[in-house]
Design a protein around this ligand. Structure first.
Ligand code: ATP
Ligand code: MG
Length: 232
């Protein structure tokens, strides 16, 4: 593992102040959250703290949180509240990578702006027309062993593009990379061998794909949309 664990020391975590008022963030105090698999999905309801955690993880690891593949900026951004205090325990696979942080942080909402600034996307076919192509092209950068932090990458992707992203994540794993991905996608989370951590009022807990709320809802919805629609 490149990153074994993330955690926050009790002394620097005021539990009555945001972000420690978010149960899943409070769960990082002390022992923290261990990563057992090279690919980890963070799932949970809106507002459960996924973005807060992935952004802080990217910051602490030294990735540029403006997002995008291999971006290097001259100026440092101030860190988020959690990013200031989040500690990263590097594993055996990460200790040799301390000097240079390889990887990227992909934030779904800003990814297109980032891609616009990249010369290799300076092609007519990358005009706003296709989110999907720009996303998938960015994922080609997964070839190098590193830490890839993704926040809802499925936002712009079709069903088949999601499957294609799964294949890319699998390749990243084969190259020795680590991926931490916040998602609402019942497709991505089905990737075999990935860990799923569910954020919620309980804090954080390991979950199985078939037990995820989002998976159960989609299964029921697709089987009979009326069952949901009559309550709206
Ligand atoms: N800078 C901030 N200051 C105070 N509260 C914040 C700040 N940023 C986010 N929050 C709150 O922290 C909580 C967690 O937000 P976060 O964006 O991490 O959730 P999320 O799990 O990513 O949700 P979603 O699935 O909607 O993306 C929310 O209640 C949010 O309103
Ligand atoms: Mg979010």
């Amino acid at each position: 593992m490149i990153i074994d664990r993330i955690r926050v020391a009790e002394a620097v975590a005021p539990r009555d102040q945001w972000p420690f008022t978010v149960p899943a963030v409070a769960a990082l105090i002390g022992e923290g959250l261990a990563f057992d698999e090279q690919i980890t999905f963070l799932v949970g309801e809106n507002g459960s703290g996924k973005s807060t955690v992935v952004e802080a993880l990217a910051e602490s690891y030294g990735l540029d949180v403006r997002g995008g593949p291999n971006q290097r900026y001259g100026s440092e951004l101030p860190k988020s509240k959690l990013g200031e205090v989040l500690q990263i325990d590097r594993g055996a696979g990460g200790s040799r990578m301390v000097k240079r942080a390889v990887g990227f942080f992909l934030r779904a909402e800003t990814a297109l702006d980032v891609f616009d600034g990249l010369s290799r996307f300076d092609r007519p076919e990358f005009n706003e027309a296709s989110h999907v192509e720009s996303f998938l092209a960015a994922f080609e950068g997964f070839g190098e062993k590193g830490v890839y932090v993704l926040d809802e990458p499925e936002a712009a992707l079709s069903f088949t593009a999601c499957l294609s992203l799964m294949a890319t994540l699998h390749e990243a794993r084969a190259a020795g990379s680590q991926v931490v991905c916040a998602t609402h996608s019942p497709i991505l989370t089905a990737l075999p061998g990935a860990a799923i951590i569910e954020f919620g009022d309980h804090g954080v807990r390991r979950s199985a794909w078939a037990d995820l709320e989002v998976v159960r809802h989609w299964q029921r919805f697709l089987g009979d949309p009326e069952r949901y629609l009559r309550y709206l």
